[in-house]
Design a protein around this ligand. Structure first.
Ligand code: C5P
Length: 230
């Protein structure tokens, strides 16, 4: 049997970035590498948890002892996470989920000259909203407040206070138990090995700062905070 502070716990981690297809060769995507989510899965497995990693388009090797469920789109990620969350103790939503997807999928590659009447015209891409998966998990949760739900928030801000204020508002809005506020910018976080985060807990004014640290060290700080709630 597994040993460690998460032994006997089932945890779900989503990682990577969703891709929303436009046609067979094109998609709308984002710059998430999946490294932070994979580090979360690896640390949880080392602490004894049974880990399901719902992985969206990450070009990374599965951590030892982790069950990987590969997905592409936000809707696929939603059903995989919901299914895995049914008997989970913890769900960590580290994936960068597209807020919007193209309203229409073209079965054939969209041509440069898509309108023969106006050969120089550029097409307009209509978007529709994707579900907020994290908010849906919180809503679907029963009165036992299980599973523990952790969200991530990538915030850009010039001032420290700015980032934290956005994070607090988001924690209140989303209703999850912990929110890991990630400072992002063009040169920060995405695809990098180091990360700076602030871990906020629902109903508490206490903030745990981690970093600049490796994504493994950040993952350890997140699981420490989860373990306090379990
Ligand atoms: O609102 P924002 O996108 O900043 O929230 C980020 C958090 O919400 C992350 O934990 C992300 O995985 C989750 N999310 C989601 N579904 C979406 C958008 C974000 O679950 N459609």
């Amino acid at each position: 049997p597994a040993r460690g502070p998460l032994a006997g716990r089932r945890v779900v981690v989503s990682a990577g970035g969703t891709r929303e297809p436009l046609d067979p060769v094109r998609y709308l995507g984002n710059r998430s590498s999946g490294k932070q989510g994979y580090a979360l899965a690896a640390v949880a497995a080392r602490r004894g948890a049974e880990v399901t990693l719902v992985s969206a388009n990450a070009a990374l090797t599965a951590p030892a002892g982790v069950t990987v469920v590969p997905v592409t789109t936000a809707l696929e990620l939603e059903s995989a996470v919901q299914r895995a969350a049914e008997d989970a103790d913890v769900v960590v939503m580290a994936a960068a989920v597209a807020d919007f997807r193209p309203a229409h999928y073209a079965d054939a590659k969209i041509k440069k000259t898509h309108d023969p009447a106006d050969p120089d015209a550029a097409p307009t891409i209509e978007l529709v909203r994707n579900p907020d998966i994290l908010a849906g998990l919180v809503e679907a949760r029963g009165e036992d407040a299980s599973p523990v739900i952790v969200g991530f928030a990538a915030e850009t801000g010039d001032e420290h206070g700015d980032v934290l204020n956005h994070g607090r508002a988001k924690l209140a809005r989303k209703g999850c138990d912990l929110l890991v506020v990630n400072e992002v910018g063009v040169d920060k976080t995405f695809g990098h090995d180091d990360n700076t985060v602030h871990i906020l807990r629902q109903g508490s004014s206490h903030v745990v700062d981690a970093g600049p640290a490796s994504k493994e060290d950040v993952a350890a700080a997140v699981w420490d905070a989860v373990q306090q709630i379990l």
